[in-house]
Ligand binder design. Sequence first.
Ligand SMILES: [Zn+2]
Length: 86
Amino acid sequence: MIRLLIYGFLIYLVVRIVKSLGRSLTGPDEDVGDVPRSENTELIRDPQCGTYFLRQQGVQARIGGQRLHFCSERCRDEYLRDHGMR
Ligand SMILES: [Zn+2]
């Protein structure tokens, strides 16, 4: 009886593995479809003006060992000025 349970469990595991393999072969984008994992599509907030923008469109600045992102060079300059960096 216990052996039957073990066999059943093994068969269940094999079915699960085959199904997951089949899924990854047929549609690799299925699981990550809803959640954008790429940094290029990440929305970040400009600490100066509060605008949300895509990271790839922003301007980077390293301030006190911290990396900040701004929507434009103007906002970056204003932020630096407001914080006494220039
Ligand atoms: Zn801005």
